[in-house]
Design a protein around this ligand. Structure first.
Ligand code: ANZ
Ligand code: ZN
Length: 855
């Protein structure tokens, strides 16, 4: 038979699907719903292999569920605001809007070439005015509900670019673009009060049982609930500004007898007060604040500090005092920005104590150790018994925590020093202000007389002005000559528009809800429709979004519920995080990275395709432009077809693991496409032949295959489903190698197999579907039904002897009763022929072994 011409055939079927509009989803369809969603892409310009992998998986799920009779929602859109568009504007003098929409158009074409079963009628970009209009409404609803605040907070300020930098944009204390030393500035910013929901967001993680454990753990850690004590230490002599005490947050009050110093963050009021008179302390603070405020920067830096010369009194040891340091490993934003240090039982404290010669007194020892237990370079953080601790000696850690908390709380009541049990969260409020142009404008107005005034609904949307310039550093909106000036909606006086735009994480925190009724101009979310579709049954995306995007979305949907837009606080019932696509890396003779397409292999050695010079083959890494180890999806799709690319992405590697792109793997996938095509053609030619046997082996392979593949797809084990289809094709190949199998059985098997690989290779399925003479689209065909009696696991084939000679076989359920087996045997044609109409004298069933018929 002819070779299968994938590119041409695929284009034909895509056009046919589009023409018949078969992937549009109706909100009023009465069938049970299934919502499958892949994280929508940022329109960077071209799709990459990561997209191909992600969207292929989602498409398999969508197509499978459709075949299973669900009303499937499978939409696509664009996460279209953000810095890269502004960077392009600065570099290439192209307007962010033009750049973004041009990219969307290009990528949409590419996505379409993959043959994804998407409802494109629901498409939107978050930079569409219609979308951000509704987002501004949500913002104002949240504001009214008390879920938004404005507060002064520290930001990383790049003095050259005159812009706020995200923590990730601060590299070794310098702006990533300008290279200028970054300053810490205080700026009034908008926040969503996600901390109001800290406990709820934490508790509800328990119910997310179709999320990966690692993601649930990451969310728990990010929320970071700690039970502890706020403990106030009196200063032995009042400090500057009459500061009389120092409050710390501790989760380990049981270690209080091992305390050997106090430490405060550089931004702590005590540190600031001391710095006013102490130049050394001031210099230290200045230097420490350069390090960057991210927890990561703090974690990795060497622990350093400076003695303020102030001291506090120990709460339990009469006359004992502890020095107060300003230290670079204390975060101002956590707890109270101050700690008591217990070096023996905290590694950071230990490193610090060793450096500054502070005492290290162990107060918890392992159960097996004696009172001579000491600590070397490693803090002891395991469970144990309290010692060296006066009245706490012999207690467990928990008992000691309780005892210290109880005593200090009682002192508090008596009006002395002083503690209170508290719960502390690592989670901070969500700062959504960005001093950038290409984002959703925050719809408020600043009036001198009225303060902050929400933009009235009839004045929405606050649209981004088109005429902006990116030549001046800073926020282009700030420099706009007229856009910023408005009349106060309340008093009519001249006022100023807010120029901050929203963090793009806001845009992606509700797009999945908007997809349920994407073009509703009357409201952001239609509660009834949204509640019908949400939660998303299967969400698929990269693990890099495991924390912020998912947590923000979970918060957002709680806020949506609070403001009456629909009650679905947990937006994603099932979550899957796929692995990356990797490739070998290559370097040419001068050490420059090379594209894989410029490498050829000669005698097992890699050489430069043009120069013939040797090429160094490096490690296998995630595809990235910087290392050039990328393969362009377009090239694969136009060369081999989308089905080959899709099939490769699903093959061999479990979907949660990194998959290595290799030419050999792609070739193998393409060979399988061709093989399926040949098998279908060969089988089709024999559909009308009777065959010499009963075709039971193929029937079992067929029905076992269907059952296995449905389980594999439902469990998202796509690689296993692929392996089953290889087995299935082998069974077919075998059946075609002789003339035993009846044509009807071949037809049954081919028909079912097409339906089973249709989710993975939809174009090939469509073409094969027509070849075997089926009507309609394979994409609209139902999933094949399993004949349970044929399932390999449950049936057994027994030899049938008649008068001591094997004459037939019978396939029966494994647990069939003897009389059922007897009936099945007597129904066999071969047996009937032998008996010639007479009843048998005897039938002897040896369970699971053999059946003897005595004629
Ligand atoms: C004394 C102590 C002794 C502590 C000991 C630990 C071990 P989690 O569990 O993350 O909540 N801490 C408190 N505020 C801090 C801040 N702003 N910056 C840096 N560290 C801070 O951690 C709570 C512990 O982290 C607290 O308990 C405190 O040190 C420290 F053997 O207090 B601990
Ligand atoms: Zn006013």
């Amino acid at each position: 038979s002819e070779r299968y011409n994938a590119p041409a055939t695929e284009a034909k079927w895509r056009a046919a699907w589009e023409e018949a509009d078969i992937y549009a989803t109706d909100n009023d369809d009465p069938r049970p719903k299934y919502y499958v969603l892949e994280m929508f892409p940022y329109p960077s310009g071209r799709i990459h292999m990561g997209h191909v992998r992600n969207y292929t998986m989602g498409d398999v799920v969508a197509r499978y569920r459709r075949a299973k009779g669900y009303n499937v929602l499978h939409p696509m859109g664009w996460d279209a605001f953000g810095m890269p568009a502004e960077n392009a504007a600065m570099q290439n003098k192209v307007h962010p809007r033009e750049w973004t929409y041009a990219n969307i158009e290009a990528m949409k074409k590419q996505l379409k070439s993959m043959g994804l079963s998407l409802d494109w009628s629901r498409e939107f970009a978050t930079c569409d005015v219609a979308y951000y209009h509704q987002q501004q409404r949500l913002f104002l609803a949240f504001l009214e509900a008390g879920l938004v605040t404005r507060k002064v907070s520290k930001v990383n300020w790049d003095p050259v670019d005159r812009t706020v930098l995200a923590n990730e944009q601060v590299i070794d204390g310098r702006g990533w673009r300008s290279g200028a030393l970054v300053e810490q500035r205080e700026l009034s910013q908008w926040f969503f009060k996600i901390t109001d929901y800290a406990q709820d967001l934490l508790d509800a993680i328990d119910g997310l049982d179709r999320w990966p454990d690692k993601v649930r753990l990451m969310q728990r850690n990010w929320i970071g609930r700690s039970e502890g004590l706020r403990l106030r230490f009196p200063l032995t002599v009042p400090g500057p500004d009459d500061i009389a005490e120092l409050e710390v947050f501790t989760t380990r009050p049981d270690t209080i007898f091992g305390a050997s110093f106090m430490a405060v963050a550089a931004g702590h009021p005590l540190a600031q007060a001391v710095a006013k008179r102490n130049g050394e302390v001031a210099a230290f603070i200045e230097e420490a604040s350069r390090m960057g405020t991210s927890a990561q920067a703090i974690e990795s830096a060497e622990k350093r500090g400076i003695d303020t010369r102030l001291r506090v009194a120990h709460p339990f040891i009469e006359g004992a005092t502890l020095p107060i340091y300003v230290a670079n490993f204390i975060l101002m934003e956590y707890g109270t920005g101050a700690i008591f240090g217990c070096p023996a039982h905290d590694q950071r404290d230990l490193d610090f104590a060793r450096k500054y010669g502070l005492p290290v007194t162990p107060v918890v020892r392992p159960k097996s150790a004696g009172d001579d237990f000491t600590v070397g370079d490693e803090a002891f953080t395991d469970d144990g018994v309290i010692f060296n601790s006066a009245f706490l000696d012999g207690l467990t850690i928990e008992e000691a925590k309780d005892s210290v908390a109880g005593i200090l709380e009682q002192r508090e009541l008596d009006g002395a020093a002083q503690a209170k049990r508290t719960v502390n969260f690592r989670l901070r409020d969500w700062g959504i202000s960005r001093q950038r142009y290409w984002g959703c404008p925050i719809p408020v107005i600043h009036c001198e007389a009225c303060g902050i005034v929400p933009v009235p609904d009839e004045q929405l949307p606050v649209e981004l002005p088109d005429d902006v310039t990116f030549d001046i550093p800073g926020n282009p909106l700030d420099h706009h000559p007229t856009w910023t000036t408005v009349d106060c909606p309340k008093c009519g006086a001249p006022a100023r528009r807010e120029t901050d735009t929203m963090d793009t994480f806001v845009d992606s925190s509700w797009y999945f809800a908007r997809f349920t009724k994407p073009h509703d101009a009357t409201r952001p979310i239609d509660a009834q429709v949204m509640e019908e579709w949400l939660p998303v049954d299967q969400y698929i995306g990269g693990v890099e979004h495991a924390i912020l995007h998912l947590l923000y979305s979970r918060f957002f949907m709680r806020a949506v519920a609070k403001t009456g837009y629909g009650n679905r606080p947990e937006p994603f019932a099932g979550l899957f995080t796929q692995g990356m696509v990797t490739h070998e890396t290559y370097k040419d003779a001068s050490g420059q990275w090379m594209f894989p397409e410029d490498v050829v292999w000669a005698d097992g050695k890699a050489v430069h395709a043009k120069t013939g010079e040797p090429v160094t083959v490096g490690s296998v890494e995630s595809m990235s432009k910087s290392k050039k180890n990328v393969v362009d999806p377009d090239q694969i799709i136009s060369g081999y077809g989308a089905d080959t690319a899709r099939w490769f992405m699903l093959s061999d590697t479990p979907p949660e693991r990194d998959i290595q792109w290799t030419d050999a793997g792609v070739d193998a996938a393409h060979r399988f496409v061709q093989r399926v095509w040949r098998i279908v053609a060969e089988a089709q030619a024999r559909f009308d032949t009777p065959g010499t046997g009963d075709g039971m082996a193929l029937r079992k392979a067929t029905h076992g295959g269907i059952r296995a593949i449905e389980g594999d797809i439902e469990g998202l084990h796509f690689n296993r489903a692929v392996a089953r289809l290889y087995e299935w094709s082998n069974a077919l190949q075998k059946a075609l190698s002789d003339d035993e199998t009846p044509g009807a059985v071949l037809r049954e098997s081919i028909d079912a197999m097409i339906r089973c690989f249709a989710p993975m290779m939809p174009h090939l399925a469509e073409e094969c579907w027509t070849v075997i003479g089926n009507q309609g689209f394979a994409a609209e065909a139902s999933w094949p039904l399993v004949d349970e009696s044929l399932l390999v696991e449950n049936v057994i084939t027994l030899p049938v002897q008649i008068n001591g000679k094997k004459r037939a076989e019978v396939t029966v359920p494994m647990d069939a009763a003897n009389d059922a087996i007897e009936a099945a045997v007597l129904a066999l044609d071969d047996v009937q022929r032998f008996l010639n109409g007479n009843p048998p004298r005897r039938v002897i069933v040896v369970p699971r072994r053999i059946v003897n018929v005595v004629a």
